[in-house]
Design a protein around this ligand. Structure first.
Ligand SMILES: Nc1ncnc2c1ncn2[C@@H]1O[C@H](COP(=O)(O)OP(=O)(O)OP(=O)(O)O)[C@@H](O)[C@H]1O
Ligand SMILES: [Mg+2]
Length: 411
C-alpha cells in the first residue's frame, strides 16, 4: 500500500446501515432499536453489539451517524470517568440540539470488554450513569460480552449479536470493491481470500488490498502472499502466551515450538509489551530491560558464533519479560504487527531492486558490489546531478535497466 493510499477498510466503510453486509437479523434488531429512538420512545437506552472482529459492529454505528446526520461521539473508559469530559461532550446543550448542523448525537463506547474492573474502578459505574442520563442512543461494542464484570451493562442494554460473516457475503463485498477499483480478479481468488479470512471482513479487505498493490488483475499465483497472514496469526498466539503468562515457565514454553522465529518474537514483544503492561511503568521498564539484554545476547551470539547464548536470550525474552515486576492484571489487548517489520517489508521490494541492479553493474565492471557502491556509484551520482542524461546513460551502459535507474540513483 502506498503511503498516500487510504486503507480500503476505511475507503469502503459502509456509509449507510444498508451497506453493512450480512448479519440480517442483527441489523433488523439494531434498526428497530434506533427507530425507537427516532420515534422518541427508546425501548432501551443503550445497545451492546457483540461478536468477532471485523464483522461490522463499529461500522454500523458510523453508518448510523452519517445516515441520520447525527454527531458521533466516541468515548473511552477514561473519558467516561472524567466528569468534565462527559459534561462537555455529551451533556452540554445536549437537550437543545448540537453544533455544526447535526440533527442529534449518537454515543459510541467501542470495545468495552477492554475495561479492567480493577484499574477502572468506577469506570463501569460511570458508564451506567452515562446510559441512565443520556438523551441520545448509546452503543457499546465488545468481542466477548460474557465476562461477569460486564453483567451490569448487559442488564441495561439491548443485546445484539453479530456473527462471523458468511463466505458469500465476504465475496460479495470484495467483488464490489474490485469493481470500484477497476481490478479484475478470479472468482477463485476472492473465494480463497474469503476462506482464509474466516468471516473477518477487515482481514479479507486488507488481504485484497495487499494482493492488488500495483496490479490491475489478480491471479491465483498471487495468492502465496496470503500465507504470511497465517504466520502472523500464530505469532499473535505466541505473544499472548508470553505477555499473559502467570508463571515464567508458562512463558518459557513457547521456546519449545519447533517453528519459533525468535528474532521475529523479539520484535513483536518490543512492539506490544507496552500495551499489555501499561499502566505499570515499572513493569514496562523491567520488560524492556529483559528484551534489551536478549537483544545483546542475540547479536553477541551471531557475531561470535557463540550458539550457547541462544538459550539465555530465549529465557530473557520469555520468562524475563513475564516476570517483570508489578505486572498489571490481565486485560484484553489487540497486538500490533511490529511497525519496524511493516516498514521493512514495504522497503524490501525497493532494496531488492537496488541489489539486483548494483550486482549486475558491478559484475559488468569486474568489481565487487561494495566497491561499486562506495567507489563508483557516488561519482555517477555526481555526474547525474550535473548532467542527468549522461548519468543515466552511464548506468544503462553498465547494464542497469531503465526502470531501475531511479532506485539506483537514490540508493
Ligand atoms: N458487515 C460489513 N459490511 C461492510 N464492511 C464491513 C463489514 N464488516 C466489516 N467491514 C469492513 O471491515 C472494517 C472493519 O470493520 P468494523 O470496524 O466494523 O469491525 P468490528 O466488528 O467493529 O471489529 P472489532 O471487533 O475488531 O472492532 C470496516 O472498516 C469495513 O471496511
Ligand atoms: Mg470495532
Amino acid at each position: 500500500m502506498s503511503a498516500r493510499e487510504l486503507p480500503w477498510t476505511e475507503k469502503y466503510r459502509p456509509r449507510r446501515i444498508l451497506d453493512v453486509a450480512g448479519n440480517e437479523e442483527a441489523k433488523k434488531k439494531y434498526v428497530a432499536w434506533i427507530n425507537s429512538w427516532v420515534r422518541g420512545k427508546p425501548t432501551k437506552k443503550a445497545a451492546l453489539l457483540y461478536g468477532p472482529p471485523g464483522c461490522g459492529k463499529t461500522s454500523i454505528v458510523f453508518a448510523t451517524a452519517q445516515e441520520f446526520n447525527w454527531e458521533l461521539i466516541e468515548l473511552n473508559a477514561s473519558d467516561v470517568r472524567s466528569r468534565e469530559a462527559i459534561e462537555a461532550r455529551v451533556f452540554s446543550s445536549s437537550r437543545t440540539g448540537s453544533v455544526a448542523g447535526y440533527a442529534g448525537k449518537i454515543i459510541l463506547l467501542d470495545e468495552v470488554d477492554g475495561i479492567s474492573p480493577r484499574e477502572d474502578a468506577g469506570g463501569l459505574q460511570a458508564i451506567l450513569d452515562l446510559i441512565e442520563r443520556s438523551a441520545y442512543p448509546v452503543v457499546l461494542t465488545a468481542n466477548d460480552p460474557w465476562d461477569p464484570k460486564l453483567r451490569p451493562l448487559r442488564d441495561v442494554c439491548e443485546l445484539i449479536e453479530f456473527k462471523r460473516l458468511g463466505k458469500r457475503d465476504v465475496v460479495k463485498v470484495l467483488e464490489s470493491i474490485c469493481a470500484k477499483e477497476g481490478i479484475t480478479c478470479d472468482k477463485e481468488v476472492l473465494s480463497a481470500i474469503a476462506e482464509n479470512a474466516k468471516g473477518d471482513l477487515r482481514a479479507a479487505i486488507n488481504d485484497l488490498q495487499t494482493l492488488a498493490a500495483g496490479r490491475k488483475s489478480i491471479s491465483l499465483a498471487d495468492l502465496q502472499v496470503l500465507g504470511e497472514r497465517a504466520e502472523q496469526e500464530s505469532m499473535f498466539e505466541v505473544v499472548r502466551t508470553v505477555l499473559t503468562a502467570k508463571t515464567p515457565e508458562q512463558a518459557l514454553s513457547v521456546t519449545r515450538l519447533p517453528s519459533l522465529d525468535y528474532e521475529m518474537l523479539l520484535q513483536w514483544l518490543s512492539e506490544n509489551v507496552v500495551y499489555q503492561y501499561e499502566p505499570s511503568l515499572q513493569a514496562i521498564a523491567d520488560a524492556y530491560d529483559a528484551l534489551s539484554w536478549a537483544d545483546v545476547m542475540l547479536s553477541r551470539m551471531k557475531r561470535e558464533q557463540q550458539w550457547a547464548l541462544l538459550s539465555y536470550a530465549l529465557e530473557l525474552m520469555t520468562a524475563g519479560v513475564a516476570s517483570a515486576r508489578q505486572r498489571p492484571p490481565f486485560k484484553f489487548v489487540k497486538y500490533n504487527f511490529p511497525e519496524k517489520l511493516r516498514l521493512l517489508s514495504r522497503m524490501k521490494e525497493q532494496r531488492e531492486k537496488f541489489r539486483r541492479a548494483v550486482r549486475l553493474a558491478a559484475r559488468n565492471l569486474h568489481v565487487s558490489t561494495s566497491t561499486f557502491k562506495t567507489e563508483i556509484l557516488p561519482y555517477i551520482k555526481v555526474i547525474y546531478e550535473h548532467d542527468r542524461k549522461k548519468g543515466e546513460e552511464l548506468l544503462e551502459k553498465l547494464g542497469v535497466r531503465r526502470e531501475d535507474l531511479e532506485v539506483v540513483l537514490r540508493g
